[in-house]
Design a binder for this molecule. Structure first.
Ligand SMILES: C[S@@+](CC[C@H](N)C(=O)[O-])C[C@H]1O[C@@H](n2cnc3c(N)ncnc32)[C@H](O)[C@@H]1O
Length: 526
């Protein structure tokens, strides 16, 4: 076990170190994937270190050539944590915490470009500022099973003479591959397995982005041959049993968009299950999923504590509704309303709901809608609103509405029949409202819910974009309708300067946190 050195700093968040990599194995078919850096198993609340600890360094051969990681040392404590601590201190939150999470092998989702030739394929990320792909077979951020899947794929490409995509010419077959680690196989469904075990034995979903319109295009025989190879050598009957399923996505556009609209399930099980936040969630290859599922799980567990039992929750930027559904299950919510602009997430939501424990008795709905359009109608009647926007932060209309929330009391009365949610407005013409109604999924009865015109008292902001968060935060606080009560950071992307922030805002001005008094013990006289 390597030591992690800690020395105090003037402003110090609590840092929780969980540096264990013991749970990660290397089941590469050829056994050539190296082990991640040595084991550190600390579980401590501690002040951070100020020296570069060798035990917390990346030790990756691809560092500097690959654009994935920007920082090599002190993975457990990105430099930005210092700034975040100061930022929250200035806003009166003196007990900002930072959970350092898993430092290597944390990435459970990878979208990698496939370039080079069939005899010498390269699978990796672009070099910073270029379209040159860097091969990253030994990536230390990837879960080892992702690296093993990449290696298997390379073998298949060579064996079946699959031409990687050539961006300049627009030729070749295989453009990208998306590889996702799943920690819960449907066939061996058992949430009683400890989480590290599930993580260690995670299976892989491979989605091949094929340079053709559909599965009947020219060269589809090669696609099938490659998929069969992956299944034969990595699937359920192989020695390694690494691969859960193989999918194809068809994309012929010359722009930078990775995926086309057409997806095909080729081999293995169709449904892909994950266990986070106390529930099983189903993810399709096209729906949003967090790259660092273990860190996301820690965040969800923390978030749940800020939601009162029986609360009504609006989950905005909801994806497949993971946050809302996790709250429905663990906080016995009265109602949960999820709002998401990507229609593809609907199916995942529906499947996840099917596996919710029987005891969940909430009224749950999922709406295919843009939360920036008439945002007030989405949060009305909720006690808690959760926002988890993309990196660019909140849509301006939503941020403005939240900032001015105190002035909306009267408007709420007139809006109490939400145009998004009510069916009795037959003359509704606005296309986005009609679309939202069409795609709405409602689970559980709404009749027991008395019309509720209240506005939320708690705002929970989950951010993956530190710069946009700072702006949104200042904006939200500027009208004094909210105060910041708590803030926590999570090391979602070790090796980079990005952190995930969980911030809890409450209505009103709040009481400033007091600095903890240092109680000096009197020396006993001998
Ligand atoms: C960071 S992801 C969070 C997803 C989800 N909360 C989760 O953890 O799985 C942001 C989500 O917001 C969605 N989104 C982006 N802009 C939106 C908008 N204006 N209205 C509704 N959803 C939006 C994206 O499609 C994406 O699914």
């Amino acid at each position: 076990m390597l030591p992690c050195h800690f020395t105090p700093r003037p402003i110090t968040p609590f840092i929780t170190c969980q540096l264990s990599t013991s749970s990660v194995r290397t089941p590469s078919p050829s056994q050539s994937t190296p082990l991640p850096p040595p084991l550190l198993s600390l579980a401590a609340k501690s002040t951070p270190d100020s020296v570069s600890s060798p035990g917390c360094s990346l030790q990756c051969t691809h560092f500097q050539s690959c654009s994935g990681c920007t920082h090599e040392f002190d993975l457990h404590r990105p430099v930005i944590v210092e700034e975040a601590t100061q930022f929250f201190n200035d806003l009166g939150v003196l007990d900002f915490t930072f959970d350092s999470c898993k430092l290597w092998g944390w990435r459970c989702r990878a979208k990698l470009a496939v370039r080079g030739s069939s005899t010498s394929p390269m699978i990796g990320l672009y070099q910073e500022g270029t379209h040159n792909v860097v091969d990253i077979p030994d990536c230390k951020a990837h879960h080892p099973n992702i690296n093993a899947a990449v290696e298997l794929l390379k073998r298949g490409i060579t064996e079946f003479d699959v031409e990687p995509y050539d961006e300049d010419q627009g030729t070749g077959d295989l453009r990208y591959v998306q590889i996702i680690l799943m920690q819960l196989a449907v066939t061996t469904y058992s949430t009683s397995l400890p989480s590290p075990e599930r993580y260690k034995n995670g299976k892989i979903q491979i989605a091949l982005v094929w340079n053709s319109r559909n599965e009947t295009s020219q060269n589809s025989d090669k696609l099938n041959a490659l998929a069969n190879f992956l299944w034969k050598n990595g699937g359920v009957r192989s020695n390694t049993h690494l691969v859960h399923s193989v999918w194809a996505n068809f994309q012929t556009s010359t722009n930078n968009v990775i995926f086309g609209n057409r997806w095909r399930h080729l081999l293995g099980e169709r449904d892909f299950w994950e266990h986070v936040g106390g529930i099983d969630i189903c993810l399709t290859p096209s729906s949003f999923g967090q790259a660092n599922t273990q860190a996301f799980d820690s965040l969800l567990r923390k978030l749940q504590k800020y939601v009162p039992y029986g609360a009504s929750v609006a989950d905005l930027y909801a994806g497949a509704g993971v946050i809302g559904l996790s709250l429905a299950a663990t906080r016995k919510c009265r109602s949960v309303k999820c709002v998401e602009v990507n229609k593809e997430s609907k199916l995942s939501f529906e499947k996840t709901v099917e596996r919710l424990p029987d005891r969940v008795n909430s009224s749950i709905s999922w709406h295919h809608a843009d939360t920036s359009k008439e945002p007030l109608t989405w949060i009305m009647g909720s006690d808690v609103v959760v926002v988890d926007p993309p990196r660019k932060g909140l849509d301006a209309s939503l941020a403005n509405m939240l900032r001015d929330i105190s002035s909306f009391k009267r408007k709420v009365k007139s809006l109490s029949k939400s145009p998004h949610l009510m069916d009795d407005k037959k003359d509704e013409k606005r296309p986005w409202v009609l679309r939202a109604r069409e795609e709405t999924v409602q689970i559980g009865s709404t009749t027991d819910l008395e019309p509720n015109q209240s506005l939320p008292q708690t705002l929970i902001y989950i951010s993956c974009g530190w710069e946009s968060f700072k702006e949104d935060c200042k904006m939200l606080l500027s009208n004094k309708a909210w105060h910041l009560e708590k803030a926590h950071g999570f090391n979602f992307f070790p090796g980079t300067q990005s952190i995930e922030v969980l911030a809890i805002f409450k209505r009103g001005q709040g009481v400033p946190q007091k600095k903890k008094k240092v109680v000096k013990k009197k020396k006993k006289r001998l």
